[in-house]
Design a protein around this ligand. Structure first.
Ligand code: AHR
Length: 498
């Protein structure tokens, strides 16, 4: 059996857990909106067409903020198409996903849904085919109290009260050649800075996210961040990161180390932000918005051409396994570990499209395997993040070099003193027996011990929605300031200590 030691101590505080770390993403893509959160006429839907079973699962999942309406979709989107009387809204080609967009769902439907689901809206503006004027118009329509053409139009559309949207993305993945209206870093940096200035003139209370790279493997990674921030550093509040992970060609060892790659990605972006700050003689530590992250079997996706201009076609409805859930749980641990710099994060996406929640017409929505580590972390990662540096064996991976077998992070609620510990054993066959020194924390009992592991290929479905659920852990012992616990091979574990 492998062994590991470590220390849990309140002195190793990283930062408070920002609730916005538990965000998600709803794009007009595939069946995320239509047939996902919104399905008029379905027995599970309310009079407004919202799937109430999905909204309930969103609440159970603990989602705090939802980014909308894209994604690649936003770079060809005219927001005006999605407001006002539904019967008058145009049907359009959605060039990003080769689909037909009916616009039956738009901004006011989204705001209504955020209220039903208890989440904060985060809107993206189109900086692909459009620019500063359309972005300012949207902020005015959404947030200006009244007495102007666009704020009065919102009132005429049924909402005298402004929507009060705080968080805004300045476009989406503008570094990607696939993006409609793709730009060089200089072109985008200038546009983002100018759009940001103008949008904040409309509403000085908004917070803005500039596009970072759409992945660490992009050839322009690093240089893109540096150039964009060279233009926009003083105008924006966050820089975005996007990352999707998958198991390539059966290389499970590398896949299990995805959070190690995420750590390196975040650290590199922080270093770049701080280098730009140094050059500008600024002491500001720019915060990050990791507004798309997940496991996505992207190599199995042939592109959207399959959609053949259908309405809400089935796109990237990945079915997640126990193994995927272990990796998702570990990715969340990486985000927690960086809570001092990552202020917003969005699991992409929320329903049907690479999502923790799945729905089909006429049957109750169900939880994918990845739902579980997210829901437990969102619920119990409360208070302050504590860094844990376990002394652990390491292993070699093809993609990420040498990687620690055991990964651990913890949170502590300063009010109650309760501690939640999250751990992943990345070894595929060996358990890790771990001893943690917890004398710095007045802990007396293990009150909850759950894990995901065992049969790694199991998945959930409409017919078998409970095949993958967190299992009861056993054998954890807390005695005289020592916590002893064995982590099963290839597993994600949560322990709660009071
Ligand atoms: O989430 C699916 C797509 O992935 C998004 O539209 C895009 O931003 C990213 O490339």
């Amino acid at each position: 059996m492998l062994t590991s030691t470590g220390t849990l101590d309140p002195a190793f505080r990283v930062a408070p857990v920002d609730r916005r770390l538990f965000g998600s993403f709803v794009e007009h893509m595939g069946r995320c909106v239509y047939g996902g959160i919104y399905a008029p006429g379905d027995p599970q839907s309310d009079v407004d067409g919202y799937r109430t079973d999905v909204a309930e699962l969103v609440r159970e999942l603990g989602i705090t903020v939802v980014r909308y309406p894209g994604g690649n979709f936003v770079s060809g989107y005219r927001w005006e198409d999605g407001v006002g009387p539904v019967a008058q809204r145009p049907r359009r080609l959605d060039l990003a996903w080769h689909s037909v967009e009916t616009n039956a769902f738009g901004l006011s439907e989204f705001i209504g849904w955020t209220r039903l689901s208890g989440v904060e809206p985060m809107l993206a503006v189109n900086l692909g085919t459009r620019g500063i004027e359309a972005a300012c118009d949207l902020v005015e329509y959404a947030n200006h109290p009244g007495g102007t053409r666009l704020s009065d139009l919102r009132a005429a559309h049924g909402s005298a009260q402004p929507y009060g949207v705080k968080l805004w993305c300045l476009g989406n993945e503008m570094d990607g050649p696939w993006q409609i209206g793709h730009k060089t870093a200089d072109e985008y940096g200038r546009l983002a800075a100018e759009a940001a200035r103008a949008m904040k003139l409309v509403d000085p209370g908004i917070e803005l996210v500039a596009c970072g790279s759409s992945g660490r493997d992009m050839p322009t990674f690093g240089q893109w961040e540096e150039t964009v921030l060279g233009h926009a550093f003083d105008e924006v509040d966050y820089l975005s990161l996007h990352a999707y992970y998958e198991e390539h060609d059966g290389d499970r060892g590398s896949f299990l180390a995805s959070a190690h790659a995420m750590d390196a990605f975040i650290d590199a972006v922080i270093a770049t932000c701080d280098a730009v700050a140094a050059r500008k003689r600024s002491r500001r530590k720019l915060k990050l918005s990791f507004d798309e992250w997940n496991v996505w079997y992207q190599s199995r996706f042939d592109g959207a051409a399959d959609a053949e201009w259908a309405q809400a076609p089935r796109l990237i409805e990945d079915v997640y396994s126990t193994l995927d859930a272990v990796v998702v749980g570990n990715l969340l641990m990486s985000l927690l570990r960086h809570a001092d710099r990552v202020a917003v994060a969005c699991l992409a996406q929320l329903v049907n499209v690479i999502a923790p929640i799945r729905s089909e017409a006429g049957v109750p929505a169900w939880r994918q395997s990845t739902f579980h580590p997210f829901a437990l972390t969102a619920r119990y990662a409360v208070g302050e993040v504590l860094r844990v540096e376990p002394v652990t064996p390491v292993y070699q991976t093809d993609r990420h070099g040498e990687v620690p077998v055991l990964d651990v992070v913890a949170t502590r609620d300063p009010d109650s003193g309760a501690v939640s510990l999250f751990a992943v054993n990345r070894h595929q066959t060996e358990p890790v027996a771990s001893t943690l020194d917890v004398r710095g924390l007045a802990l007396t009992a293990v009150v909850d011990h759950r894990y995901l592991g065992g049969a790694l290929d199991l998945t959930n479905s409409a017919e078998a929605p409970q095949r993958v659920v967190p299992l009861e852990g056993t054998g954890a012992r807390l005695d005289s300031g020592r916590l002893e616990v064995a982590f099963p091979p290839a597993s994600w574990t949560m322990l709660r200590l009071s």
